[in-house]
Design a protein around this ligand. Structure first.
Ligand SMILES: [Zn+2]
Length: 132
């Protein structure tokens, strides 16, 4: 049985999440600045001054292939920070068991334990052909 996070571990992970959030935000900003798109350039100016929540709404509307991957991780990190606020962070979304600190240290935005994550990936992975 895994142990729930200690408050010291939680604060370590919270710091990591915030750091990652800032990092991703900066990458997205740079992608927006580079993007050859007037709307994107306009948005990147506004992005600088926005609060986190409204920023997520704003960039959710932008479709730029370059930043999809960053945005996806940004959403994961934002969701994890939301769970920190709610007090549900560190517990598997699926089975509600505590997620081991080692796993969270490697990937602070993890929302499932290793077992549920691999089940999830199997379920949603693209199947080349029906396996019947
Ligand atoms: Zn689980």
């Amino acid at each position: 049985m895994n142990q729930p996070l200690t408050s010291a571990q939680l604060s370590t992970l919270k710091t990591a999440l915030r750091g990652r959030f800032e990092e991703l935000l900066e990458e997205v900003r740079q992608d927006l600045v580079k993007a050859d798109d007037d709307r994107a350039a306009l948005l990147s100016d506004r992005v600088r001054d926005l609060e986190d929540e409204s920023l997520m709404d704003l960039i959710a509307d932008i479709e730029l292939a370059d930043i999809d991957r960053d945005l996806e991780e940004l959403r994961d990190v934002e969701a994890a920070l939301g769970r920190v606020r709610e007090g549900s962070y560190g517990f598997c979304l699926k089975c509600e068991e505590p997620i081991p600190f080692e796993r969270l240290r490697a990937y602070p935005a993890a929302s499932r334990c290793r077992r549920c994550q691999s089940l999830y990936e199997k379920t949603y992975a693209h199947q080349p052909s029906p396996s019947l």
